[in-house]
Design a protein around this ligand. Sequence first.
Ligand SMILES: *Cc1c(COP(=O)(O)O)cnc(C)c1O
Length: 429
Amino acid sequence: MSHDPIAESVQSLLSSRDPDAASILAAEAKRQETTLELIASENHVSAPVMHAMGTCLTNKYAEGYPGARYYGGCVHHDDAERLAQDRAKKLFGCKFANVQPHSGASANAAAFLALLSPGDTFASLVLADGGHLTHGLKVNMSGKWFNPVHYPLHYDESHPEFERIDYDEAERVCLEHRPKLIMCGYSAYPRVIDFERFRAIADKCDALLMADIAHIAGLVATGEHPSPFPHAHVVTTTTHKTLRGPRGGLILTNDEDLSKKLNRALFPGLQGGPLMHVILSKAVAFGEALKPAFKSYQKRTKANARALANALIERGYRITSGGTDNHLMLVDLRTRDAELTGADAETWLESAGIITNKNGIPQDPRPPRVTSGLRLGTPALTTRGLKEADMGVVAGFFDRVLASKGDAAECEKVRGEVAAMCEKFAMPG
Ligand SMILES: *Cc1c(COP(=O)(O)O)cnc(C)c1O
């Protein structure tokens, strides 16, 4: 087990001052330590990133931006925000960064507020095939107040680009509907995104290009996935997925006019006071991401994803598009067992200490609450130090649970072996 004296002192402080909160925190720490985290959008932050959040910067109102605040006493907050901005710009190689979004959804909402008017048309991937709810879901603001049109993947099994983006069709959809904004970047897409091609499409229909790199930000920051710059006009991301920072969002651009619009849209358009303790933690995370070790971490994450995909293919599972270029994969469970659903698989695996999420596969015939697939990712396991050879062991656990159809005795047995494996891989310090 990792030894984090600050986490221990927080635990003991809460034990004496608020035992109810203390027992919840202790239980969650134990859950994370004793399970294998395969959710592609999660990670384990370092102790400095974790504890920068638990600081006195939370006490301050700092509405506005560095040098232009609506409250006194912000001098150190200005320094913290500038540090985060400067590191973000360096990391992604761009001119302007807004580090204030509370989340990826807030970053996207600010971009919509800055770039579109209600009723305007924008284009995004068919949501059920890998998009995010902020890219036009009917119950989300993006789908309620704006007009999404969607571009598809290749759905013809015999096509060499099967289950990859159909760029020609994306161009056709955009030329037909003339969106003001084209979105690329996804939540469940295992392949490289061709930002240059999307920019060419955007230029043909006078649209702006927005890349939402929430999932691949860590890969992009280290050159392990092509950069959306200089192609995208606006880039949004989360900071807590492959980027391994605190939970939050980030908006980037090279265009000065757009940066002013985006800043005004975020504050005062959308948010009030920034979460300055989280912004300090973002600065710390960006500092870590600028170090050489972070690039090797991203390389290992990708290598682990490939190894896990191959180990699952060997056991009879189909991986959509035939594999992965990044940190995640979509497993089509039906090739292993036609009756198997994502919902059952997620529940059974959790009882064995393997944490995943059900996810629709492209053109999934089952509804989103059931699904035929699971989305798996390797960022968190790689942070804990698992290597390619360990992916075969993980795939073995995975298959035993699903082959047993969630048999309680077998899940319990795997649960014990998972916990034993976890003891060898400490949380990051
Ligand atoms: C995760 C994600 C988001 C939203 O991030 P939150 O911090 O959960 O609001 C936005 N876009 C994409 C593509 C994502 O994967």
